[in-house]
Design a protein around this ligand. Structure first.
Ligand code: ATP
Ligand code: ZN
Length: 288
C-alpha cells in the first residue's frame, strides 16, 4: 500500500456553496462529484479526498483534523469560533449578516434595540455586536426561516444573512445594520504535517492562478506604428505589451492583459487614440 499523503478537504454537501466549491476544484483540473449522495470521494488528478458535509460542521471537522482543510463562509466560521487557519478568500458565497426590522418601524440606531427581541441563527456574532455597542437585547436563537419571525410575533427584528435583499423585502423587512461582510474562504487545520502543507500549498497555488485569470482579460488590437507609444502607456501588460508587425506596412498588432475592473475605461481610451480591431479573450490560468 502506498503511504503517499492525501489531503482531506471538506466542502458543503448541497446548498449555496456546493456548485462554486466543485467548480473551483474543476477549474484547478481536479474532478469531484458527490453523485448518488456520497459522503466522501477521492478526486481525480490530485491527491485529494473530499468530504461532503453540512457547512455548519466544517469548522469543527477542520479544527479536529478530521479534515485537513475546508471551504466555508466566514459567517459560519466566525459564528462557530473554532481554531482554524484562514488561507485564502475564494470570491464566491458573498453575503452579509445584517439586522433587519419591519419596514413600518422607525430605526433609532443601535441604542434603540435595547430590550428588543431579536431572532437569529447567529447568536454568537449578534451577542458580540450587542456587547460592543453596550446594548442589552433578547437573542432568540432559531435555526431557519428567521425572516418570518417578526411577522408571526416571535421577534421585533432579525439578524440574518442577506445577499440581494429580496427575501427581506418580500417579508416586509428593511435592512438597518450590517454586522459582517462574508465570502467563502479556504480554512486549514493549524497542525498540518509537512506533506499535507505542501499539498495544500499546491492546491492554493492553482486556486490563485485561476482566480487571477478570472479577473483579467487578454486583449489584442491593431494600431498605426506612431500610436504604439501612447498605447503602451494605457496597456502596461504583465511586463510590457507584445508588439508585432502586421503584414500591412506602418501597422502593428499589440497584445496585453487588462484587469476586468478597468476594462471598459481602457477600451474607450484605446479607441480614442486610434486602436482598431480590438479583441478581448478570457484567460484560463494565470501564473505570475
Ligand atoms: P447546510 O445544509 O449545509 O447547513 P445551509 O442551509 O446552512 O446549508 P445555505 O443556505 O446553503 O446553508 O448557505 C451556505 C452559505 O452560503 C452561507 O453560510 C453563506 O456563507 C453563503 N450565502 C451566500 N449568500 C447567501 C444568502 N443570501 N443566504 C444565505 N447564505 C448565503
Ligand atoms: Zn448550514
Amino acid at each position: 500500500m502506498s503511504n503517499q499523503s492525501i489531503l482531506k478537504l471538506a466542502i458543503q454537501k448541497s446548498g449555496r456553496l456546493y456548485e462554486d466549491s466543485v467548480g473551483l476544484l474543476k477549474s484547478c483540473s481536479i474532478g469531484v462529484s458527490n453523485g448518488g449522495g456520497r459522503l466522501r470521494t477521492v478526486a481525480s488528478n490530485f491527491p485529494l479526498e473530499v468530504y461532503f458535509l453540512r457547512d455548519d460542521d466544517i469548522p469543527q471537522y477542520v479544527e479536529d483534523g478530521v479534515a485537513d482543510c475546508g471551504i466555508v463562509g466566514e459567517n459560519v466560521l466566525f459564528e462557530k469560533n473554532k481554531k482554524v487557519q484562514i488561507e485564502e478568500p475564494l470570491g464566491f458565497g458573498k453575503c452579509r449578516l445584517s439586522l433587519a426590522m419591519p419596514k413600518a418601524r422607525n430605526y433609532e440606531g443601535v441604542q434603540g434595540l435595547r430590550g428588543a427581541r431579536i431572532a437569529t441563527s447567529y447568536p454568537h456574532l449578534l451577542g458580540q455586536f450587542l456587547k460592543q455597542n453596550k446594548v442589552d437585547a433578547e437573542i432568540h436563537e432559531i435555526s431557519g426561516s428567521v425572516e418570518i419571525a417578526p411577522g408571526i410575533g416571535l421577534a421585533d427584528c432579525i439578524c440574518d444573512l442577506v445577499s440581494t435583499g429580496s427575501t427581506l423585502i418580500s417579508n416586509g423587512l428593511k435592512e438597518v445594520e450590517v454586522l459582517l461582510r462574508s465570502e467563502a474562504v479556504m480554512v486549514s487545520n493549524q497542525h498540518l504535517d509537512f506533506p499535507k502543507r505542501q499539498l495544500l500549498d499546491k492546491l492554493l497555488f492553482r486556486i490563485r492562478a485561476v482566480r487571477k485569470a478570472k479577473n483579467n482579460k487578454y486583449i489584442l488590437l491593431n494600431a498605426p506604428n506612431d500610436r504604439i507609444e501612447d498605447i503602451k502607456k494605457i496597456l502596461p501588460g504583465m511586463k510590457s505589451p507584445t508588439v508585432l508587425p502586421l503584414a500591412e506596412p506602418g501597422w502593428s498588432s499589440v497584445h496585453s492583459v487588462v484587469q476586468e475592473d478597468h476594462f471598459w475605461d481602457i477600451i474607450e481610451d484605446l479607441q480614442a487614440i486610434g486602436a482598431q480591431g480590438i479583441l478581448v479573450v478570457p484567460i484560463e490560468k494565470m501564473i505570475v
